[in-house]
Design a protein. Structure first.
Length: 97
């Protein structure tokens, strides 16, 4: 089985900081959009066994790498909040239609 370790790490960081991201919606679609945008910004790191994730997590001890991934998540959360694709979409003004 192939797993993208970066996906697992980004998910963990996202849920750790979810309340600080100031998102207007925490529905599954918005969370997945944040993760998709974020994952497209980082180089994948594939592992063949979930038990091998500890190596990838050990890299996150480096504050610079951890901060870089958090910044990517913050930017993605901002994009999703500005342009949500879920029911929380802001209704368009008649002037904008």
């Amino acid at each position: 089985m192939l797993l993208n370790a970066k996906e697992i790490l980004l998910k963990e960081i996202l849920y750790q900081y979810l309340n600080q991201l100031n998102m207007i919606c925490h529905c599954e679609k918005c969370i997945e959009d944040v993760l998709a945008i974020s994952l497209n910004q980082v180089k994948p790191q594939y592992i063949t066994d979930i038990d091998k994730i500890s190596y990838s997590k050990s890299e996150m001890v480096d504050k610079q790498k951890n901060t870089a991934m958090l910044v990517i998540l913050i930017e993605a959360a901002s994009t999703v909040t500005t342009f949500p694709r879920c029911e929380k979409r802001l209704p368009m003004n008649k002037e904008n239609s």
